[in-house]
Design a protein around this ligand. Structure first.
Ligand code: RAM
Length: 361
């Protein structure tokens, strides 16, 4: 693995501590208002950008699916070394904004407000592959750069920053669960919102991979909408409806933490395997008591950081998404634009009791 993939993952403890010093989540929730995290350019970083031929002083809005999700706080904030840290380093003004629910109805007004405030670039995790398009297309017509990260809107953006191979995320989660349940039994998925581009793409690959395991049967997919209360309720409903359930995959940091809390109770303890995508801090307790054996993620701060650099490159006219173009993303090194105007951060990382205590985000 190289630095860009890991930057704190799967490297010795001492190195981890150093690399993650800039990546540990501030754990400050952003749910108190529609706009948080504005930073201003510094003159030192402005000259670094000028040397690289990048524009400075731009207004860049970072728009996660919703506010109040720690995964996005880590991906976006200056304190964790996420998107706003990258924008700050390049001499731009970075502002995080979104709605409070992970839905297009909640996210679109935040995008529109960012445009009204004079955005030069938008960095968006799409709550839906198409519903944001009228707004994002209107922005691009006005010359505003649109970069998606985490969750794509493939037909209405300049570039997508993908955290890890979509196929690899989907197939590896099924493989992890299969190992734990001896390739056998009814399983279910606790997803985020039913419209989420990323979750649906991963689930598509999970279904393909399940063809390799004829004794495993996907009996239901439920949606917790990246809301802890809803995720808890749909998990409870699932367990009541399918008393023979042997395993759950939850490809959402909010969903897996909610599902783990439900499974870590007398009625279910030790009976149902759980894996998916989670943050190490939210799952340490469940890994240490055996509710979860292994799960996956990438470095969210690096995802945001890469998206920040990429957005400034596009907005400066240095790259336009043509396959093969390369650009430098500061501490993460050089990246190459791949097919479909997509840039890949790196492979997903598997967390287990063997390594989880090395990470703090
Ligand atoms: C949640 C969100 C996000 C996803 C992670 C794994 O925080 O749904 O989009 O990438 O989980």
């Amino acid at each position: 693995m190289n630095l860009r993939q890991t930057a704190g993952l799967a490297v010795p403890l001492v190195v981890v501590s150093i690399l993650l010093a800039a990546c540990s989540s501030s754990s400050s929730s952003s749910s108190s208002g529609p706009t948080t995290g504005a930073t201003s350019p510094s003159s030192a970083s402005s000259s670094a950008s000028a040397a690289a031929g990048l524009k400075t002083g731009m207004k860049v809005f970072v728009i996660p699916k919703n506010l109040g999700n720690n995964y996005f706080t880590t991906a976006d904030s200056a304190n964790s070394g996420g998107a706003i840290a990258a924008l700050q380093a390049l001499g731009e003004t970075g502002t995080e904004t979104s709605g409070t629910a992970a839905t297009p109805a909640s996210q679109i007004p935040a995008i529109q407000a960012a445009i009204s405030k004079g955005a030069n670039a938008l960095i968006v995790s799409a709550t839906d592959p198409t519903a944001l398009c009228p707004t994002l297309n209107a922005a691009m017509k006005r010359g505003i750069t649109v970069v998606t990260y985490d969750s794509d809107a493939p037909t209405c953006r300049d570039l997508f920053i993908n955290q890890a191979s979509t196929a690899q995320i989907g197939t590896s989660e099924v493989d992890l669960l299969a190992k734990e349940i001896n390739d056998t039994g009814d399983i279910a998925i606790v997803s985020a919102a039913a419209s989420a581009t990323n979750q649906n793409a991963w689930i598509g690959y999970m279904k393909q991979e399940l063809a390799k395991y004829p004794k495993m049967k996907l009996v239901s997919t439920v949606y917790g909408n990246d809301d802890p209360t809803t995720a808890t309720q749909v998990t409870q409903g699932l367990l009541e409806q399918y008393p023979n359930l042997k395993g759950i995959i939850s490809p959402t940091t909010v969903g897996i933490a909610a599902a783990a809390a439900v499974l870590d109770t007398a009625k279910y303890r030790g009976k149902i395997a759980l894996t998916g995508l989670g943050t190490p801090d939210s799952l340490k307790k469940y890994v240490s008591d055996g509710t979860i054996k292994s799960f996956e993620l990438w470095n969210p701060a690096n995802l945001g950081y890469l998206a920040g650099y990429a957005a400034v490159e596009v907005a400066s006219g240095k790259i336009n998404g043509t396959q093969g173009q390369t650009f430098s993303a500061g501490k993460l090194g050089t990246f190459t634009v791949g097919a479909d105007k997509t840039v890949l951060l790196g492979p997903p990382f598997v967390f287990s009791s063997a390594n989880i205590n090395q990470f703090n985000f």
